[in-house]
Structures are given as C-alpha cells and as structure tokens.
Design a protein around this ligand. Sequence first.
Ligand code: C5P
Length: 456
Amino acid sequence: LLLDEIDRVAKIAKTIIREKNVKVFSQFDTDGVSSASILAKALAREGVNFQLRILKQLTTETFAEISADENDFLIFSDFGSGQLNLLEKLLDKTQILILDHHEPTRLQHLNLFHINPMLFGEEEMSASVVCYLFAKAMSIKNADTVDLAIIGAVGDESDENWKFDGMIKKILTEGEMIGKISVSQGLRLYGRNTRPIHKSLAYTFDPYIPGVSGSESHAVQFLSDAGIRVKEHGSWVRLCDLTPDEQQKLATAIIFSRMGEAGSPDDIFGDNYTLIGRPDELQDVRELSTLVNSCGRTNNATLAMRVLLEDYSVLSRIQDVMDGYRRMIGDSLDWVRNHQSSIVKGESATYVFAGDRVPESIIGTITSIMMNSNGVDASKPLIGLADAEGGFVKVSARISKSLNHINLKDIISKAARACGGEGGGHQKAAGGLIPKGSERRFSEEIEKMKGEMIGS
Ligand code: C5P
C-alpha cells in the first residue's frame, strides 16, 4: 500500500514540479540532510529548478518565515507529519508534499500529499528511505541514491542492534547488487580504515566504553593495558591493521570494561557498511553519517550535501567543522559530568537542566550519549533542556531501547503544550520547544504523567 501510494504521488509530482516553483525544506540532522540530497539529485535529474532550505525544526517560528502561494509546490522531508496544524494554513492555496517518518497527525486535503510509512501501518523507516522510494518511483535512475538512503537510516539509528531488517534490509541488498555498498561484520568502532585505533575508541560513544569514550589519552592506555600495539614503524595503527588475535584481545578488553553497562556484551559487534567508489575517508557509512550530522547541526548543511553529492572539494573545510563539533560534544559532556547538580532525578524521569552551557543544537546528541552510558537510570526517560534562541528552551528526550511501554512523543508533546510550547518525534526519541522560564513547570507536567507512563 505504501509503495502504491508512493508510485501514485510520484507520478503526480512529476507533473507538478514542471508547473510550479518547487521549494524543499528538510531537517538539519543526518536523516534530513540525506533526504534533501536525494530530493536534490532527483529534482536536478528532472531538469527543474528548485529552492532548498535546511531548518533546525519545523516550528511556529520557522514556519512563519515560509511564504507560499498557488504558484508554489512545497516539499517537506523529515518533518511535516507532526506539524500539519501549521501547514494546514497554506493548503487552501498551495500544494504540499510531505515525505516523513515522524508520528503523523491526520488530515485529508486535496492539496496535501502525505507519505509516511506510519500512515500505512508499515515498520519504522528513516525519512531518507521514504525519499529514496519516492525518488526511485520518479525515475529508476534514482536507484543510485541508495547510499544516501542508508546514510540517513544509519544516522537515524534505524539499525537497532546494528542490523537492518525489513524494507531497509531489502534496500541495502539493492545497494549491494548495484555495487554501491558492501556489508561486513565487525567491531562497532568508527574509522576502521582511516583512524588510529585510540582515536576510534575515544570517538565511540555507542557502545559507550567507560573511561575511554571521549578521551584519547585513556584510549592509548587502554590499548597498551590490553597488549595491543598503538604504533608501528612510527605510524599509528588502525583497526584494519590489527591481527585477528589483536582484534580478539580488543573485543575482550571492551567487553570487560563495559561490564555493568546496560545492554548485552555482543552489543559491541555489528554490521559495517562500506560505500564503494568514494574516497577512503568517506567509505564508512557511520563515519560519513557523523560527518553529515556535524555539518547539519553547526549550520554547515551545504558542505555535507556537497560531499553526499560527490563534490569533495570541501573536505578540508569539513575537517574543521568536525573538529569543532567534537570539541563541542566533549566540552558539553564534561560540563554535565562536572555539574551533577544540573541532573535532577524525578519519579517519572531524569532531567538535565543545561541552561546555556550546552548548545541547543546538540542537547539531543548529549542526551543520547548519556542514555547509552552507565550511571543514568535506564528505566526512565532522560530529558535534556537547553536554552534556545528567541526566549525558548529546547527539550530533548530519550528512553532506553528496551522500554516499549512509554511513548515519548505523546508525553513530550503533551507536557510542552501545557507550557505553551510544542513537541513531536518518535516513541523512543522526542523533542520540543518550550518558553524560557517554564522548565520547572514542564518537569512537573512530566511528573504528573507517572501513572500514564506505566499504564500506556
Ligand atoms: O531534537 P532531538 O534530537 O531531541 O529530536 C528528537 C526527535 O524529535 C527528532 O526526530 C525530531 O525531529 C523530533 N522533534 C519534533 N519536534 C520538535 C523537536 C524534535 O518532532 N519540536
């Protein structure tokens, strides 16, 4: 049914894009930027002009900047489904296409084309996969955007337990068949072919390695304690340089150090996806996905899109962006670690009141990292709050992978609305914006929902 609807809408869209001014809006994370890149490639192939904007989120504020009339065709990817209350205002004049995977609100309108797997009872899939299916329905030539679909899906953590299932697995096989992707099993460490292992270890936050994640010097010590050479002939050793025996030692050392962490020991193993035909340093999908995320969240989405669309002239600029992004994450984690008073343990949830000490653009990343690390109560949601622009506070909530009875999207949206804000997202990751000054009220609203969380 989903694929039928995608086919139907793709046929209609092919006509509309030739008659109207096409304006694409997409979200700033890996999934959103990958989705935008797929749409850009597909639209360029159709020979139409279009405008494209990457937004942090589709909120009342950002929506106010969007003007549209009957000559426009608006495409929203990786948001829109949860913001139909905003978009509805445009629908009498403007045709709108939504390609999204967030929990949808429902609305029927002649001018609305709403593609979201959840409307068709389908499994969860990233917006990039929805955009890929749509682009492929427009033209089979767009099958070559499969790599972008997988980058977005990995960025969105669709490969829970590090294995894709269902529709995405089929798409991955398509990628292998057309020679764009190869899949191999191994340790889930970043930069296997390009980075010194101590850096790979230090930059790995999922799986979290206590005392090692976030610290290169501790990672060097960890390797030498495990009896693994760090340098050879004056050069740093990479994961791909290790002998099978050394790889085994490394796996054992990581498993030991993670004892007491949430999850099972084999969480450290998973599928690695290699992109064929891209420069060495951009072949690992997880690394590329981090690169795109770093650019998107630091206002550099254009750089990421250029790389995704195979323009590598911007790589040196991207290196600086990534270094800055890593520092930002490291500094923010350090701040939270050194300011335990910012962490408030409620009955219903744990809160991190970060104020202006964690940038709002990464409070979601910080909340995800903390949720994956030891020391946070995994039986409750973790909610980060950081000051945002325009007198607002950004809220980011995460729950552990095993908590299936809580729907964070419902909880965060409800509490945010009660404070005059707005929210949305997924069952296990949701976010919102609330007016500055209403942080305590917001947490009280969440606390009131204790019964609801247990019962739902
Ligand atoms: O920003 P953060 O990473 O915490 O967002 C978690 C999820 O919630 C994302 O999928 C994001 O798109 C969604 N979200 C939303 N509405 C908001 C904020 C976040 O749908 N106002």
